[in-house]
Write a protein that binds this ligand. Structure first.
Ligand SMILES: [Zn+2]
Length: 449
């Protein structure tokens, strides 16, 4: 803060006003907290302004953002955000991992904080709502309480996680993993575009040499508002989703060996075509995953054909396979069924199919009592809601390992995300912000066990 600014604050008596609020001079009724509402116009204005950091040059809001973590655009966006936090009465600080934190004291210093927030880094050519909405709605929640002089019993801790998307350095959820002590051995020495992660964290104000300092203490509950990134809420016109958990993911590497041969002289009967086998397997995955009820999904997203030239029968195919569901047992069972089917396909196509599991990410279930608190908030706000799984990963899944967790979803128009076309109506944004605010209020009085 400059000297001028400090003098200004002093002269206008802002510090005195803040001190009065902090001292809780205004006695509060529970109903004051319950009637608090987000300022929809202010939330929209801040989302529109944040979108300018990383906007393609000459573009508009509709052109989305490229605000990859640790980039200059990310840095500028973070500066803007910290400015908003100050206006909302917070003193922002940056932890050792580069996460932005802001704490508002509660009336009972013996209680652990309620933590909430999201992220503002994006994928290249991403949208204006993924992470941004949850971060700005979190600031808005604090801003409203500050304006109205309302104090919760628990301290409130706002957090904007660093590098959620993992575009830089190829690992997701960097800030929240650091907060949970779950960084991978040697991760800080990894390099991306010629810069180590250590230096990237330093660039955004972190202190990698004491990364352990980013470890989180206990909290009462963690909340995150996020866009659905899928199309189910919008399709059924349900304004609020209450997340039951973040799905488990199994990843496999599939190698199919056939025989590369002349595409002209080899008869159809004599071929051992690795790509043909892969095609059969792709259809089998789709059929097996769809054969039972539920929200499970299966995807072959990457496929490499060798030698990948027009006049040679493919001799080798390597492809990915990914299965997701809230139930780890279900996707394990599907994985086995796919392997069984692959043996039959290998035989009929005279190829070898090798399927190796490369990773298992456990599901992260939301805490029942937090889901109930969110549900109570939606009822109070007279908003319809639905319980649902999250098929995308979020920092909340890391937080669920440390304490009670809940997530609030709002509709994504057309289910589009990670694209400039990502869109959530301003009304749905405001609804989400109100549910976040009222869920904080509900958690403040809830016993989460
Ligand atoms: Zn996100």
């Amino acid at each position: 803060m400059s000297m001028n600014r400090r003098r200004f604050l002093h002269q206008t008596g802002t510090t005195t006003a803040l001190a009065m609020v902090t001292a809780g001079l205004r006695p509060l009724a529970w109903s004051d907290l319950e009637s608090a509402r987000a300022n929809a116009k202010r939330l929209q204005a801040s989302l529109e302004k944040l979108s300018e950091f990383g906007r393609p040059s000459g573009g508009t809001f509709a052109d989305g953002v490229s605000r990859v973590a640790y980039s200059d655009a990310d840095l500028a966006g973070r500066q803007y955000l910290m400015g908003l936090m100050k206006v909302a009465g917070l003193a922002p600080r940056i932890d050792a991992a580069g996460n932005i934190l802001g704490r508002r004291e509660g009336s009972d210093a013996s209680l652990p904080p309620i933590v909430f927030g999201s992220h503002i880094d994006s994928v290249p050519n991403g949208g204006n709502f993924d992470g941004d909405l949850g971060s700005l709605a979190a600031i808005e929640a604090i801003h409203v309480l500050q304006e109205q002089g309302l104090r919760t019993r628990h301290a409130l801790e706002l957090v904007v996680w660093a590098n959620e998307e993992g575009v830089a350095y190829g690992r997701l959820l960097c800030g929240s993993r650091a907060a949970a002590g779950r960084l991978v051995e040697g991760e800080l020495d990894e390099s991306w575009e010629g810069v180590t992660k250590r230096d990237a964290i330093r660039k955004i104000g972190g202190a990698p040499e004491r990364i352990e300092g980013a470890r989180r203490g206990p909290f009462h509950g963690y909340l995150e508002l996020h866009i659905e990134q899928g199309g189910t809420l919008a399709k059924d016109a349900v304004p609020i989703g209450i997340v039951e958990g973040i799905v488990a993911t199994d990843r496999y590497e599939v190698v199919i060996r056939g025989v590369a041969n002349h595409a002209g002289t080899t008869t159809m009967a004599d071929r051992q075509d690795a790509f043909l086998a892969a095609s059969h397997l792709a259809i089998a995955v789709n059929q097996l995953v769809r054969a039972e009820a539920g929200r499970q999904v299966g995807t072959i997203g990457r496929l490499n054909v060798t030698p990948n030239v027009p006049n040679v029968i493919p001799g080798l195919v390597r492809h990915s396979l990914e299965l997701r569901d809230l139930s780890s047992a279900k996707i394990a069972r599907l994985g086995e069924a796919i392997k069984t089917k692959a043996r039959a396909i290998a035989e009929s196509t005279r190829t070898e199919i090798e399927i190796t599991q490369t990773s298992h990410d456990d599901s992260a279930l939301a805490t029942e009592a937090v889901q109930t608190a969110i549900e109570g908030a939606t009822r109070r706000l007279q908003l319809a809601s639905r319980r649902m799984p999250s098929a995308a990963v979020h920092d909340a899944q890391i937080m669920s390992r440390l304490g009670p967790m809940g997530m609030i979803f709002v509709p994504s128009v057309g289910g589009i995300s990670h694209s400039p076309k990502e869109l959530t109506s301003w009304e749905d944004c405001a609804n989400g912000a109100n549910v976040l605010l009222q869920s904080i209020v509900a958690l403040d009085s809830a016993d989460l066990g």
